[in-house]
Design a protein around this ligand. Structure first.
Ligand code: ARG
Length: 438
């Protein structure tokens, strides 16, 4: 059965013949990729059918039958009963095929006033909105985990480095709090990106509108978009542009993951030995019996590169004149691949953070008296000695600093955000704000 589907695409007419290899080349990986877009394509098709009903192009019965059939097709697909294999040219053809298979000729009405050009746009956009919501919620979970850990570890001293050289006293809590704030920002970015992406392209057809008064307000509302993407040419021109923004939001979060993973890969070396990773996040070596390697952390670090690669691939595909071009099909692979990979990586972070064990003793051994020098200079300066003079005085006596307590230093660093005043409540308030934001 299926073979005849690809052998007879939606647009096939008797005056053209088809070459199987060319057809496969045209379809590319579309059928497989469209599996991830399928439920969104069905959802948008239902909205389109309702829109046709609202302007009287479909009568109420037709509308009900088509909506019920589309819903059933969507559910069967989710249950794994329908196979969107590459015997189909794409998911759009499969929907029309499966609906027609169930209701006959009426199935041919779902495509009235619509093109696969706006069909793929709207399905992709719904997919992106869905994944932005996931990004937001996973960023919230990461920020939450960081805040909990920051509270627990706020009085655990940890060296603060600049240029990877010992600098001043810091705390494990401050390290966690930094990532908490970062992921609050990343959650906001996901939210803002959703708003920006929430523009409805359905009803722009092939890129020039149609000779029907399509109810685009209805489909915009029905699909939960915040606005209609008005101009049909722009709708086509925005394909890839919106995708880049979505990957941009993903990559911001992964930029922070890359820093976090870098830190962990350093802190777990024998040289630092500040922290140990739970066993499940390490792997053994196939040759060196003594090894446990932080492979998971390293692949988390590499996730940013996957997204950057996809963004480069996407950008390269967008050097086009206005309107639809088949080149645009190539935006789908990088978007889906990078989005799924990014979310897979991000989802591992909360549990990883919860299980990190910092070694207080090893951390305390990493301090040297010089790390107190800045505190001393600032202390003198606060007693009205010009800072430059205080700096010189402390520098001259560097070798005589002797014993000092990192914990005392922690408690004295009272500038807002510093170790004695992490302002976790402020970060928490922002997190609550973004979590409540609809
Ligand atoms: N698979 C196609 C894409 O992703 C669907 C749109 C096809 N449109 C066309 N005019 N051939 O772009």
């Amino acid at each position: 059965m299926k073979e005849s589907v690809l052998a007879k695409p939606l647009w096939q007419s008797s005056d053209t013949s088809l070459d199987e290899r060319i057809m496969q080349f045209l379809a590319g990986a579309d059928a497989t990729l469209d599996q991830q877009l399928f439920v969104f394509d069905v959802q948008a098709t239902i909205a389109h059918v309702k829109g046709l009903g609202s302007i009287g192009v479909l009568n109420a019965d037709e509308c009900d039958t088509l909506c019920a059939t589309l819903t059933a097709v969507g559910e069967e697909f989710v249950r794994g009963e329908l196979d969107l294999s590459n015997e189909f040219e794409d998911g759009h053809s499969a929907i029309e095929y499966w609906v027609t298979e169930r209701v006959g000729e009426l199935g041919g009405k779902v495509h009235t006033g619509r093109s696969r050009n706006d069909q793929v746009l709207v399905a992709t956009r719904l997919y992106m909105l869905d994944r932005m919501a996931t990004l937001k919620s996973v960023c919230i979970s990461i920020a939450n985990a960081c805040l909990t850990r920051a509270e627990e570890t706020k009085s655990q001293p940890m060296p603060g480095y600049t240029h990877m050289q010992r600098a001043v006293v810091s705390s494990v809590g401050m390290w966690f709090a930094g990532f908490a704030e970062a992921f609050v920002d990343n959650a906001w970015l996901a939210q803002q990106t959703s708003e920006w992406v929430g523009s409805n392209p359905l009803g722009t057809a092939a890129g020039y509108g149609v000779n029907l008064p399509l109810d685009r307000e209805l489909t915009t509302k029905e699909l939960g978009f915040n606005r209609m993407q008005v101009n049909p040419i722009y709708a086509q021109n925005s394909r890839g542009k919106f995708e880049l923004q979505v990957l941009g939001a993903m990559s911001q979060a992964l930029l922070d993951v890359r820093r976090l993973a870098w830190d962990l890969s350093l802190f777990t070396t024998a040289e630092f030995n500040f922290v140990s990773l739970p066993g499940t996040y390490t792997t053994g070596s196939s040759i060196m019996p003594n090894k446990r390697n932080p492979d998971v952390v390293e692949l988390l670090r590499a996730a940013y590169a996957v997204v950057q690669g996809a963004m480069t691939e996407l950008t390269a595909s967008l050097s086009l004149p206005s309107g639809y071009h088949r080149d645009l099909q190539n935006t789908k692979g990088p978007l889906l691949r990078a989005t799924e990979h990014a979310l897979e990586a991000l989802r591992l972070i909360p549990a990883l953070l919860e299980e990190l064990v910092f070694d207080e003793q090893k951390l305390s051994r990493a301090f040297d008296p010089g790390m107190f020098a800045t505190d001393m200079a600032v202390e003198l300066a606060a007693k009205s000695i010009p800072f430059r003079q205080a700096y010189r005085l402390v520098k001259e006596g560097l070798d005589e600093i002797g014993e000092f307590s990192p914990k005392d230093s922690l408690d004295k660093r009272t500038s807002p955000g510093a170790t004695a005043d992490l302002r976790l409540d402020l970060i928490q308030a922002r997190l609550t704000d973004i979590s409540k934001y609809p």
